[in-house]
Ligand binder design. Structure first.
Ligand code: M6R
Length: 426
């Protein structure tokens, strides 16, 4: 700072005073005086480190007229998605020169493990679907807290991706170290520049969501999806899984996502109304199949963490293996039906719950409205897209619904009980 120096555990705390920071590595020591900072390693050798200048704007750490950070961050998604994608598109293709990953390296990948927690785990699940579908490379998705204690089968043949908004989640850091110690190459998809995960991974693909303050992750999640789509398409092309023409079409379609996200956000009053009608629910089920199941998982997590309403996500076909016993007259079921090839199958699951008296809210693409209108009590649409890319926008109505459910219930939206923004302990 000016005529002062400050110590903090995270950047937002000091952003008002300075943008120049030193990151400390484990075991390092800083001697901080009013006009001097000296860094030492654990055996007191002096450490020379470049000052890192934070690019965030101070306004990103303020609500800027919004009632909650969560709503502000939901509405920042079109910008965040464009910032994550556009600078990495060159001549209609994804360019990872900045990251140091080229097509030859990607072509050599034979198996992938994606590791993360919470919302980042849900994003990883989407990554698995699209990588396996287009690149035909087998992908394991692991919860970081489980991975670290299972003596994982990982070696130099694995390409590991760790996904983390904060880059400081203790379990994800431990998983990254475990994977590296077994010889795996680790790519981080991280949002916070200079975070531990970003520093320790072999390569980093930064999401450019900007500062996310609300505990419930929104723009970090959709930008993680965007990063995973970019990686999957680039990998698929390098592996020969898609043609050049398909590659260009899919990338051009990805570029429409920010605009589509904006259209969903403009429709938020409808979701506010639905939340007003449902905020007294005790239990809500989310169902979907394939990519829609992954979105159902994230929609359900959003609702439970900020509104404290019990919620579960199920793959549509699993309902009749037990959970349908909980569906009774008036139970709210959110059905995500954005994937044309699975709509018929999922509609039969919707009929299973409506015949037991459930009230069904369907999230679908505009082009599928007519297919679902006979079974849905409420329909929320997202703009039409190539089906597998409609997922990024389809989560936004569920974020907005969860937000207004929380507001209606009078909960602390940005700082829900028992939760921390970064889980830096086990
Ligand atoms: O910072 P990370 O992405 O590693 O955090 C992982 C989870 O703790 C985080 O996504 C959490 O699930 C969010 N509160 C969900 O909204």
């Amino acid at each position: 700072g000016k005529n002062e120096n400050l110590i903090a555990s995270d950047i937002p705390a000091i952003l008002e005073y300075t943008r120049d920071v030193y990151f400390l590595n484990n075991g390092e020591i800083a001697v901080v005086k009013k006009d001097e900072v000296m860094l030492y390693d654990e055996v007191l050798n002096p450490v020379n480190r470049d000052v890192f200048t934070v690019e965030w704007d101070v306004s990103q750490a303020e609500k800027a007229g919004y009632p909650h950070f969560m709503l502000k961050e939901i509405e920042e998604q079109p910008r965040a998605l464009a910032d994550t994608l556009n600078p990495r598109v060159k001549d209609g293709e994804i360019n990872f020169d900045e990251i140091g990953i080229d097509d030859a390296m990607l072509a050599g990948i034979r198996k992938i493990t994606i590791i993360a927690c919470g919302t980042a785990y849900h994003a990883s699940y989407v990554g698995k679907y699209i990588i396996e579908r287009f690149a035909r490379v087998p992908v394991e998705v692991e919860i970081a807290s489980e991975f670290r204690y299972k003596n994982p089968i990982i070696d130099q043949d694995n390409f590991v991706i760790v996904v983390s908004q904060s880059g400081e989640t203790a379990d994800t850091i431990a998983a990254l170290r475990e994977a590296k110690s077994r010889g795996a190459f680790v790519l981080a998809i991280a949002n916070v520049v200079g975070s531990t995960i970003a520093r320790e991974a072999d390569k980093v693909l930064y999401t450019r969501a900007g500062l996310e303050i609300a505990v419930a992750s929104t723009k970090a999640y959709t930008t993680q999806l965007m990063a995973l789509y970019m990686f999957a398409l680039k990998l698929a092309y390098a592996k020969g899984g898609i043609t050049k023409e398909e590659y260009h079409t899919y990338v051009a379609e990805l570029q429409k996502v920010p605009e589509n996200a904006e259209k969903v956000i403009q429709n938020k009053e409808l979701l506010q109304k639905f939340a007003y009608e449902h905020f007294t629910e005790h239990s809500v089920f989310y169902i979907g199949r394939g990519l829609d199941y992954a979105m159902a998982m994230e929609g359900s997590l959003k609702l439970k963490e900020i509104s404290y309403i019990h919620s579960e996500a199920y793959a549509g076909g699993e309902l009749k293996h037990g959970t349908i016993a909980l569906v009774e007259e008036g139970t709210l079921v959110v059905a995500v039906l954005t994937q044309g090839d699975l709509i018929e199958k999922c509609l039969s699951n919707v009929k299973e719950v409506t015949s037991r008296g459930a009230v069904v809210m369907v999230v679908t693409q505009e082009k599928y409205q007519d297919l679902v209108k006979d079974v849905a009590d409420k329909i929320v649409t997202v703009p039409d897209a190539i089906d597998f890319e409609a997922t990024i926008t389809s989560i936004i109505p569920m974020q907005i619904f969860a937000y207004y459910m929380s507001v209606q219930k009078g909960c602390d939206v940005d700082k829900p009980r028992n939760l921390a923004k970064s889980v830096t302990v086990e």
